[in-house]
Design a protein around this ligand. Structure first.
Ligand SMILES: Cc1cc2nc3c(=O)[nH]c(=O)nc-3n(C[C@H](O)[C@H](O)[C@H](O)COP(=O)(O)O)c2cc1C
Ligand code: SF4
Length: 393
């Protein structure tokens, strides 16, 4: 896997030039020390920058920082920061690439998020990789202590309430949270969970300001994002691109019949539609783009992903326990050529029944994938019903 940058008329911001990991001395030579700023100043810079989260939901960062800081003042409990480097999405490589190449940008961002919220401790949560992070931390003199937390390797480990539970000594499983963890999370303290890429952007905004940040991207969606690109016949690679970049400039679309945008909780688009789309914070999820080769069956691909997603459910809520295995099994039937009976309508109906009914968004993300597959691969479904499949030709 390599970290490359296509010809997008923008130098990479987050990924170290030349694909070489950046040690602390090089980092400080390049960027200078972490700016010392008051909480209100950091909050203002973030609000003006328009930075949104890069962990999948594109939530405005300043709103989350503000609510954690406010909950800290209201409750008298010192907030906790969790940097989310779990990267549980199997098709994503961007967070581990960022942590390998530019760990100190993430660690700077953690300190700035802690200063903005008044946090007294921070945790950097990772599934695997980044073995040098502990040593990167020992070279720094940070005011807020940061602990590296190694998570169990599961799709759900990176969900925010699962992280808060795990850091607090419990299982890495999502939980119903009322009030939300930004008000009462780790050891009942207000808890900020922010994706590692989001924190790295914060480290640059604090240095160069919101106007600089907005020189990339679109007015409504400023800045750039890391994307993991899967092209047929190539190793996945990570690129950094401004929002608004046409998808066809991020990856060549010839030789593909569809593109999975956003990863396993994402959306299938037929290639002609993908060719007309741009990189958009609200649809890119965690930044995965995966091209489906023309000789592969999208229904079989989707069935494989659904089996994985159903197997990853924590089995705590009805929709996941009953609904996802049932949807997955039915989809496996649709993926094989042959009579379909009522399976197609069953899958659509069950999708409606599980949506919005879990303690976390795992069922919702799964349903998003299912619905897009039923639409994008409708011609393939018809062919299967007649006993034919793309892969058989
Ligand atoms: C099932 C599930 C898995 C998730 N996995 C991750 C993950 O691996 N990494 C991540 O940053 N966010 C993940 N998220 C999103 C987090 O819950 C949270 O919204 C995010 O870390 C917040 O950071 P951001 O606002 O900077 O994006 C996941 C969400 C769900 C529902
Ligand atoms: S919705 Fe599913 S994955 Fe989420 S907490 Fe409930 S059982 Fe677990």
């Amino acid at each position: 896997m390599t970290a490359t940058f296509p010809d997008l008329h923008m130098p990479p911001r987050l990924l170290a030039p030349g694909g070489t990991p950046t040690d602390l001395r090089t980092h400080e030579d390049r960027y200078g020390p972490v700016p010392q700023a008051a909480a209100d100043d950091i909050l203002r810079l973030v609000a003006e920058s328009g930075l949104t989260g890069r962990g999948g939901a594109a939530f405005p960062v300043h709103r989350k920082l503000l609510s954690v800081a406010a909950a800290g003042h209201r409750t008298g409990r010192t907030p906790v920061v969790i940097a989310n480097g779990a990267e549980g999405e199997p098709a994503s490589r961007k967070d581990r690439t960022l942590l390998r190449l530019s760990p100190h940008l993430v660690l700077d961002g953690i300190q700035l998020a802690a200063a903005a919220t008044g946090a007294g401790e921070a945790h950097l949560a990772l599934e695997e990789g980044a073995p040098d992070l502990e040593s990167a931390l020992t070279h720094r003199r940070d005011p807020v202590p940061v602990k590296v937390v190694r998570l169990p390797g599961r799709f759900l480990s990176g969900q925010s309430s699962a992280l808060a539970r795990y850091v607090g000594g419990g299982a890495a499983l999502p939980a119903y949270h009322n009030p939300p963890i930004r008000e009462r999370g780790v050891h009942r303290a207000p808890t900020l969970v922010q994706n590692v890429e989001t924190l790295a952007h914060l480290a640059l905004i604090a240095r160069y300001g919101p106007d600089w940040f907005r020189t990339a991207g679109a007015q409504a969606q400023p800045g750039s994002a890391l994307c993991t690109i899967h092209m047929p016949g190539h190793e996945p690679h990570v690129v950094e691109a401004p929002f608004g970049t046409p998808l066809h400039r991020l990856m060549p679309l010839h030789g593909t019949s569809a593109v999975l945008l956003g990863g396993y909780h994402g959306t299938w688009l037929p290639t002609p539609e993908a060719a007309s789309r741009t990189l958009d914070a609200t649809t890119m999820g965690a930044g995965v783009l995966m091209g489906l080769p023309t000789d592969r069956c999208g229904l079989k691909e989707t069935a494989g992903i659904l089996r994985y997603l159903a197997s990853q459910s924590a089995g705590q809520c009805g929709p996941c326990l009953n609904g996802l295995p049932r949807i997955s099994a039915a989809f496996t039937t649709l993926a094989e050529p042959g009579p379909q009976g009522s399976t197609r309508t069953d899958v659509a109906r069950w999708s409606g029944l599980v949506e919005g009914r879990g303690a976390c968004h795992h069922p919702d993300g799964t349903v998003r994938l299912v619905r897009s597959a039923l639409t994008t691969f409708a011609p393939e479904l018809d062919a299967h019903a007649r006993g034919f499949c793309t892969e058989d030709h």
